[in-house]
Design a protein around this ligand. Structure first.
Ligand code: UDP
Ligand code: MG
Length: 341
């Protein structure tokens, strides 16, 4: 008898829990990675909230504090206390931009999920356009940068070059000039959540998933305030992560070089033998030998380095550590448990 009562109570609690989850699950989740962004947070809150209210759908904003060393976390906590639609995840340390996005995807409950930078380089107003395309039936709507404002020619040039290189050497159709600013349907988000690789290139992973995808052009503004959190070193790492996660091409380079040099050597041997037989004394001395040794040696070292990049990634992957560590969360339950749609 008592046992049955307990069972009934448990069942009721499960049902209520289920209902509560459904009520809480909004149409739109917006994920904002935040690393030392105290100067932009007040304006971000103002602009993003007003845009989302104008759209008129139920929404949540999930700010992921990626181990900021400034006042960002206090500001975010303050916002959460005033406006419960703004929720906060705080990492135990800086895990990087892509990990922050990953955490946001794990916790988001919306039917559609938008990823946007904190610095207002991606205009929140565009979310309405992304949403319109989603309503038309596209599962991924990415924002394509047609112009960039307030960025150095170096960043613009290297970014352009990188996107084109990626396009040339990968099999996945990664859209050109596209960052992480995008809207994704729940089905895509659930698939991405099942992809737990460590070196994450989210824009590539989202392309890999497939479904119907479409781009919406926009002008990338200058940072609202503060400075870039992507110094050259981080940018290079990120570019390498992108290339190594989606292409073997750098590994194959050694093979191509090997064959090319082998062919050249055979021709060279024939030429030298012919010259010696005809009495010409060409290619004598140390310099020739030295150049050949240094040239081949450097190519071998570079190939070893490339190999090292891949092996290091295999090693990191094999450790299977979590992708991020959450120290605090406000306004959020545990991530949704199911990993597949
Ligand atoms: N960001 C982060 N962790 C990092 C570096 C950056 O969460 O380690 C966030 C940052 O706060 C911003 C977004 O990622 O919201 C993009 O960074 P940023 O604007 O500095 O990059 P850029 O636009 O210059 O490429
Ligand atoms: Mg930026």
């Amino acid at each position: 008898m008592a046992e049955q009562a307990v069972r009934v109570r448990l069942r009721r609690r499960a049902r209520e829990g289920g209902n509560r989850m459904k009520e809480e699950s909004p149409t739109l989740s917006v994920i904002v990675p935040i690393y030392n962004e105290e100067v932009v947070i007040p304006e971000l809150y103002r602009r993003l909230t007003s845009v989302l209210e104008r759209i008129g759908e139920s929404f949540e904003v999930i700010c992921v504090n990626d181990g900021s060393r400034d006042n960002s976390l206090a500001l975010l906590h303050d916002i959460h206390r005033r406006d419960a639609r703004w929720k906060v995840i705080s990492f135990a340390r800086n895990f990087g931009h892509q990990a922050a996005i990953t955490a946001g995807l794990d916790y988001a409950r919306g039917q559609a999920v938008v990823i946007i930078d904190a610095d207002l380089q991606d205009p929140p107003e565009l979310i309405a356009d992304l949403l319109a395309k989603w309503r038309e039936g596209y599962e991924v709507v990415y924002a394509v940068r047609t112009e960039r404002e307030g960025e150095t020619w170096f960043k613009e040039f290297t970014a352009k070059l990188f996107y084109r290189l990626m396009h040339a050497i990968t099999n996945v159709e990664i859209p050109i000039d596209t960052g992480d600013f995008r809207l994704m349907d729940r089905t895509v988000v659930e698939t991405l959540r099942a992809m737990r690789e460590r070196h994450r290139f989210m824009r590539g992973m989202a392309a890999w998933v497939g479904f119907r995808q479409i781009g919406v052009p926009y002008r990338r503004h200058a940072r609202y305030a503060g400075e870039t959190k992507y110094p050259l070193r981080k940018m290079l790492r990120f570019a390498l992560d992108g290339i190594t996660s989606f292409s073997y091409f750098p590994l194959q380079l050694a093979t191509y070089f090997g064959f090319a040099i082998a062919l050249l050597s055979v021709i060279f041997i024939v030429v030298v033998v012919a010259m010696r037989l005809s009495g010409l004394h060409a290619f004598e001395g140390q310099a020739t030998t030295l150049i050949a040794v240094l040239f081949l040696g450097s190519i071998q070292l570079i190939s070893l380095g490339i190999l090292g990049e891949y092996i290091g990634r295999i090693y990191e992957e094999s450790k299977g550590r979590p992708l991020y560590v959450v120290a605090q969360a406000w306004g959020l339950d545990r991530p949704m448990i199911s990993l597949m749609p």
